[in-house]
Design a binder for this molecule. Structure first.
Ligand code: SF4
Length: 448
């Protein structure tokens, strides 16, 4: 699953009133796009209950923290954030949810200022728990064991004024040996195509121009309902006012040839932009990780994307220094990754997670070596990304312009194949697509 550790600025969320007496809430998100989307849903639910969203500079009565637990570092960031909030707003009621809260509820409840801790099944019932806390001032801790997590609520939430996140699936049945997500989010479950299409149409009617399809393991969409991911994509593609769709991270074995052919030759609005986790470029390490593909399948998928969509952006996740990655496996892995015609790597140094099967694998990589491997992979990534960008300079591209932060004199947008472009602010172009000539000056650094 993709992780982008973004702190949502509560000021991004619209206010719904101006009462001086109503409670006010602030929202913070760590982790992936799915968390981001769920925080927006929580914000909307609280606003529906009359709880306003704080404006910049205001003091919140309630702070919701949606945590991540993808690495030990993510847990640490969650603890630091909660401590900082408690220091800055000692009177605020802190509500913590997300993967860290699901996996370590006791640890989270002991952090200063934390009044409510909610697991994955409980987070969308936050209003009830808040009511109980406000009435009784008794700490509320409720976490359903992962095997019993059943709740799924599709959502389509605005990330900013341009891009929306459509949640189509949650949980994962893959049990990769290094990963805690199946324990944090439960088994794979999906919405129905009819429900998802309805909420996407609602978002379209509210102005959604670009929608990113998210989930934990989105290629597993429909495994529990008998519906197909490709059919879902086709139904979404038919919503004409949505000008662009992107698929967030998808497992290589689930990004089928049929889906790729359809995107390349039949779809109206699916962008040539893919995010595919590789994790290791050695078959032996992939086996130890319990991944469902080998390097041959991965290389075939990348080659097919390049053949069908030569300019596609292909982002690839890699874990550096996983257990079992001996010097020999690392060498093979690096050579394999370097040989792939991909655009950019997202490199994560391997992080030991308590309770995972990976701890049974004997060979460990010393921290210093892990950092060297990370640095080497980052170099490969920078080179590939620079080549990708340089090859695009001088071309005419279509950019969807996004709303800038207030006060900014520039705006930015993305090309179809996810090159970030900057230009002087022209308010008439926000949320619209225009054709521009790509120059070295107009391309800005990609921040994810
Ligand atoms: S596919 Fe593997 S890495 Fe991704 S969420 Fe599932 S168990 Fe974790």
């Amino acid at each position: 699953m993709e992780s982008n550790n973004s702190d949502i600025n509560s000021a991004d969320m619209p206010d719904c009133g101006n009462s001086d007496t109503a409670l006010k809430a602030a929202y913070h998100t760590l982790g992936c796009k799915l968390n981001f989307s769920e925080t927006s849903t929580i914000g909307r639910m609280l606003r529906d209950r009359g709880i306003l969203t704080v404006a910049e500079g205001e003091t919140p009565d309630i702070v919701v923290v949606n945590t991540c637990s993808v690495t030990e570092m993510a847990d640490k960031k969650g603890r630091q954030l909660i401590r900082r909030i408690s220091r800055d707003f000692p009177q605020a009621t802190i509500v913590v949810t997300g993967c860290y809260a699901q996996l370590k509820p006791e640890q989270v409840s002991e952090l200063p200022g934390v009044a409510v801790v909610l697991g994955s099944n409980e987070k969308l019932r936050i209003g009830q728990y808040l009511d109980r806390w406000l009435e009784t001032h008794t700490p509320q801790i409720d976490v359903t064991p992962p095997r019993e997590i059943r709740q799924f609520m599709p959502s389509c939430e605005r990330g900013d004024r341009t891009r929306w996140f459509l949640k189509v699936q949650d949980g994962c049945d893959y049990f990769c040996t290094y990963c805690t997500i199946p324990y944090a989010r439960g088994r794979s479950r999906s919405g129905s195509i009819a429900d998802i299409e309805a909420i996407a149409r609602r978002a379209a009617s509210e102005g959604a121009t670009e929608i990113v399809i998210t989930g934990v393991n989105i290629g597993e969409f429909g495994a529990d309902t008998g519906e197909s991911f490709l059919e879902l994509l086709k139904r979404l593609d038919a919503i004409e006012s949505v000008q662009r769709y992107r698929i967030s991270s998808i497992e290589p074995n689930l990004l089928t040839e049929e889906i790729l052919h359809w995107i390349a030759s039949e779809s109206r609005a699916f962008m040539p932009h893919f995010h595919i986790p590789l994790q290791a470029g050695s078959d032996r390490v992939l086996k130890l990780m319990n991944r469902r593909y080998d390097t041959t399948l991965f290389a075939e998928r990348i080659a097919l994307i390049r053949k069908l969509m030569p300019d596609a952006f292909i982002g690839v996740d890699v874990i550096a220094g996983a257990r079992g990655e001996t010097d020999e496996e690392w060498r093979k892995s690096m050579e394999f990754i370097d040989s792939l015609p991909i655009t950019r790597l997202h490199v994560f140094p391997y992080s030991e997670r308590p309770g995972t099967a990976a701890l049974m694998i004997g060979h460990t990589v010393p921290a210093e070596e892990k950092h060297l491997r990370t640095a080497r992979l980052m170099q490969i990534s920078e080179k590939k990304h620079a080549d990708f960008i340089n090859a695009s300079i001088g071309r005419e591209v279509r950019v969807l312009w996004e709303a800038p932060r207030s006060g900014s004199k520039t705006m930015h947008g993305f090309t179809e194949n996810y090159i970030r472009v900057e230009a002087p602010l022209d308010s008439d172009l926000i949320n619209k697509i225009s054709t521009v000539l790509l120059t070295a000056e107009s391309i800005s650094e990609l921040r994810e």
